[in-house]
Design a protein around this ligand. Structure first.
Ligand code: ACO
Length: 311
């Protein structure tokens, strides 16, 4: 790749022109996008598991319908994102294989269990809330197919976030036991949700280059701070506390100060040693095995149709 080529590419990016699949692009740009988009797709697919587990136990028909729709949306998001990754010359089979063999990363958050119904509320509010904060910025990503997928995905995520918040609002207005269950869910999910934004900026290997290429628009810490600032007032409205004794409004920076994240826990989970990592991969392997007949039938049907067209 010549200096000239890289400079011309950067000029396009700086001028806010979208890069499209058939446009020339640096190999590093392509690789970074395949990495990020496929990790994002895997996160959506694995993200169906903790909540899918609660569909049969949702407390009312209305809650069940909303949760079912949300989990289906996540499957859809995974599919858009795999398609966006495929525009960069990688195959869906290759990506699926990376997930099933444990070679691929996906968001750390989905390696935590959903223990109570209140966790479903807290996941919608905090996990989808964190996802939106990150994904709104990605709507302006320089790569066209990814940015367009994000626009639709964010609309659906915003419904997910509201359904979660409304579950917690209902619990917080309920009995003492329900409110306690809501508080315990927030205590469990708060820190893992903050970890979703990725390592501290000083440990983020890809941020500088990704921001230069306008794949990322904000740093990990920057988005994390925005999330804390937006979410603490929502916790106050619920009458719940955030499990951080050092959380404090800082007038000067017009934002909250908060404790350090437990980075040992973060890296442990990212590297495969969280509470649910093994179960998640096992569940995906099982789904893949049990779906083999669908793939085979679709292939046989396509071949039959192609044969009929030839005849
Ligand atoms: N969980 C697992 N791995 C993570 C996490 C996390 N929360 N945060 C960072 N990592 C990984 C990165 O993937 C990277 O690994 P790699 O080099 O093997 O690919 C490594 O840690 C270093 O991190 P960064 O250099 O900061 O990586 P990056 O610039 O890609 O930033 C981020 C990480 C912010 C997650 C980015 O990839 C991103 O915005 N992704 C799209 C959003 C997304 O994937 N959301 C998924 C959860 S939301 C949902 O599914 C509903």
């Amino acid at each position: 790749e010549t200096e000239e080529f890289l400079e011309a590419f950067q000029k396009r990016v700086d001028a806010e022109q979208k890069i499209e699949p058939n446009d020339p692009m640096p190999e590093g740009y392509r690789r970074t996008l395949v990495r990020q988009i496929s990790q994002h797709a895997h996160s959506e697919i694995v993200g169906m598991l903790p909540e899918g587990n609660w569909i049969t136990r949702a407390p009312t028909l209305r809650r069940k319908a909303a949760l079912l729709a949300k989990v289906q949306d996540e499957g859809g998001h995974g599919l858009y994102l795999y398609s966006a990754a495929e525009t960069l010359g990688v195959s869906r089979e290759e990506l699926t294989d990376q997930l099933l063999t444990g070679a691929a990363k996906y968001s750390s958050i989905f390696n935590y269990p959903a223990l109570t119904w209140a966790d479903i509320g807290a996941i919608g509010w905090l996990v989808d809330g964190a996802a939106i904060m990150n994904q709104i910025a990605l709507c302006r990503c320089s790569y066209g197919p990814y940015s367009r997928a994000m626009i639709r995905i964010c609309k659906e995520e915003s419904f997910h976030q509201r359904q979660g918040y409304e579950i917690l609002l209902t619990l917080c207005r309920g009995t003492d036991a329900q409110k306690k269950m809501a508080q315990e869910a927030v205590n469990r999910i708060w820190w893992p949700a903050l970890m979703m934004f990725g390592p501290h900026d000083s440990a983020s290997t890809h941020s500088d280059q990704s921001m230069h290429w306008k794949i990322k628009r904000f740093s990990n810490d920057n988005l994390r701070d925005k999330f804390v600032n937006a979410t603490v007032p929502q916790a106050e409205y619920l009458g719940l506390t955030v499990p951080d004794p050092n959380l404090k409004w800082n007038e000067e920076k017009q934002g909250y100060d908060y404790s350090d994240i437990d980075w040992d826990e973060f890296w442990r989970v990212v590297k495969g040693d969280g509470i649910c990592n093994r179960d998640r991969i096992k569940a995906r392997q099982k789904a893949h095995r049990e779906g083999a007949w669908v793939r085979e039938a679709a292939l046989a049907f396509a071949e039959k149709r192609a044969g009929a067209a030839d005849a």
